[in-house]
Design a protein around this ligand. Sequence first.
Ligand SMILES: *Cc1c(COP(=O)(O)O)cnc(C)c1O
Length: 469
Amino acid sequence: MTTRVSPSPFPSVDRLARLASVQTLSDRHGRTAVVDTIRAVLDAHRKTLRESLAEHAAPDEDDIVAEVDARLQANSALSLRRMFNLSGTVLHTNLGRALLPEAAVEHACMAMRHPCNLEFDLDTGGRGERDTLVESLLTEFTGAEAATVVNNNAAAVLLVLAALAHERDVVVSRGELVEIGGAFRVPDVMRSANARLVEVGTTNRTHKADYRNAIGPQTAALMKVHASNYQITGFTASVSDADVADIAHAHELPFFTDLGAGSLIDLSKYGLPREPVVRDVVAAGGDVVTFSGDKLLGGPQAGLIVGKGELIAKIKRHPLKRALRVSKMTLAALEATLMLYRNPDALVASLPPLRLLTRSTDDIAALARRIEPLLADALGAAWRVSVAATSTQVGSGSLPVDLLPSVALAIEYIDAKSGTALRELAGRLRRLPVPVIGRVSDNRLLLDLRCLEDEGEFIAQLHALKRAV
Ligand SMILES: *Cc1c(COP(=O)(O)O)cnc(C)c1O
């Protein structure tokens, strides 16, 4: 007895898998993924066919293969993507902070491609220590005796407190109990490190006597935190680094400073607002200073700890150090970045954050005028595009109140209901092959061009935008 089965309108999975075009896909994505995707595509078509009342033509082989290809490609797209940061914040934490110098990129690639002396002493042939790769550069540029590196500055603060103040008191001014974006709060880090926070002074005023009076038998250190993302103005008083150091040293206590963005050079020499320089804090008596590798320094994400030899030795011996240590890629990128500081005259050209922060408004305005007509053309008649003065933030908590004059392309909706339209436009810019991130301000979408260097690739996005409109 035979059963009658109406012939399936679809080719079989086997038949499809044997096609030459599908073989190519298998080579690229693997046979399992290809077969699974063919099944999924066929299932989807069967379902449509079942559910559609109207005549529905079954897809031919080529259509199915094209669909399988598209699905596999979408599935293998990487999540971490290049973008255009036109947000008006140069060191944007959500967008990856500092762009690294070419020398750092190359050195990190070397470390990824080849075996390297990460923990190997080439002189003796014995075991080495990874920190020594950058320690001498860090001491050279900061005047400190010793240095070590961990995963980020939050980790640096945690490690210093855990190593130097376990179950003991750390004295901090109330005006410095800051929260940095991304849930870094000084009191919380203190608790996690098992150190006891002793707050002194008031939010706006702290005096020398406040520090002195707080010192007791349980005190482990005096600490200062660079209030990096806000400023207290008006009736204020704080104690200088040198004075806090004197008080600490008179009681044989270490003075620890968390500088946050801490710069290795005086930025005012480049016409930028001044940020605390690590060397100055060390010279003022800072025994331990921590700062970020990917803020003003312009290197990879890292937490740098510099200071007195015996304190750094104690910090390195703490078990948390092993848990917070950095990778060979980080060390390679950091070493190559630090090396650039040997030649401060070339730094503007070689260090991307400095290059972007010092870029002239004339240069940015000229770029804006070149791009304005192309953007207007891509957006069409519903939008008005103009060149507008704006201001850039340095970002990453550095120099919070100092804005740099910059130039933006300002996009306005011709119609009244601009809020929704602007949000939609921002979404369209995010969906471009290389997403473009601006900021909405005063019913305008601003594209601050200070950080736009790859003009050609940006123009390619405008072409894609025009096609999408
Ligand atoms: C940015 C910052 C931190 C955190 O540094 P990460 O490198 O982001 O971990 C800690 N303290 C201060 C004062 C900062 O500005």
